[in-house]
Design a protein around this ligand. Sequence first.
Ligand code: FAD
Length: 440
Amino acid sequence: MTAPGKLRVVVIGAGAAGLCAARHIAACPESFAPPVVFEASDRVGGTWVYTEETGQSPDGLPIHSSMYRDLRTNLPKEVMAFPDFPFDPSLPSFLHHSDVLAYLESYADHFCVREHIRFSRLVDAVSPAEGPEGGWDVTTCRAQDRTVQVTEHFDAVIVCSGHYSDPFIPAIPGLETFPGRLLHSHEYRSPEPFAGRTVVLLGAGPSGVDLTLQLAPVAQRVILSHRQPPLPLLPGNVLQAMPVVAVAGDTVQFGDGAEHRADVLILCTGYRYRFPFLAPARLGLRITAHTVTPLYRHLLPPHHPDLFFVGVCQQVCPFPHFHCQLLFCLAVLRGACRLPSAAERQAAAEGALRQHLAAGGAPRHFHQLGRRQWGYCQELARLGGFEPLPPVVRKLYEATQASRRQDVSSYRSLNYRVLSAEEWALVGADPGGKGAEDGR
Ligand code: FAD
């Protein structure tokens, strides 16, 4: 039985975003009933739960995680952390994925979040409740047995289901004729199966570049196909090529007319947004592979200010970004932050997309904030009345990006320390790497 006046908030997913949501809801018992978190798997951590399996798990659900065995983070732990929970200071700046999972587990323990999570519970449907009290009907089932469903009522829903699980497969003429091994980076786990092969990787996002570096020592040749300026200092057996325009048997054709034979094609082409438990049209939403629109401040459907999508944005510092989004959502729910009218929210959401397109941005890049993330988080903090991110997060993030652009093969060997809310220092490099004392 919930005390009157306290909002019942449901959180979908117990990855980094869902844990952060539950931690902050539980910290506000005067406004909120204890959170209810539904998590389809039997663990916290989401994407950071590495498994060798690909395809489907034994309970018949698609494998959620896209982690590969040797992944190290592409952000230093000093900027990756939630602002209120640092990583273990004895760890290097760039972590193995198992250290991030351990961090999320200790975050869950430290803030006593686990007691709110209903594990192995899959959210099947979320729909606006009929009736005068409003809110949401949330239907769940056991992940292992989807026949028995239970529907519960909540006042608000925070969707934290992640968006790096459903591969985006580009339409490339002839792709289906490729006789070799064709996979998406979602299914890549380790380099050994590709020893001695000629591997073509499509896309030079973080996964495409990482896989190139992992495969180069074992593969005969790696061809990294992309449309960005050439990356410097890649290993000698890596060739950079224009985007792939067609595949004919085992021959891959590139944008400049070049052709190369390949044994393996790995699509590092990103992921699709997918919320199978929602009926988007009913919520006034349009969900495509790369956009969820209109969302006021990339967060809520204009006509449903009690349904939040946390973590839709890309090219951000994920954990600090989730922290800001969630404190804003909870300020809205508590009434501490008053939103403009539904019509104004709709106009603002549509205006933001128009502005992005007018500035030459592609529709598919709308949620890629990049440099816009800092102003975005600061504005959420101002409106939500909470502490903004310290400037050092941005400074160190940008320094890391610059160091990565200079030498993508070795930037992870550097170690940093945060000195204050404004300052960081380089404190050396792992053996074999570069680096020097260099305060900022
Ligand atoms: P997820 O971690 O995906 O969690 C979502 C959870 O929701 C899962 O546990 C899932 O089981 C659950 N769920 C989904 N649907 C349902 C449902 N219907 N019912 C119940 N439960 C459901 N970020 C960094 O900061 N640094 C990095 O170095 C970095 N490297 C990355 C490398 C790779 C390969 C990938 C894929 C991502 C990387 N990221 C990195 C980004 C990473 O995704 C975020 O840091 C963050 O972990 C995302 O958290 P999330 O909670 O939004 O989603």
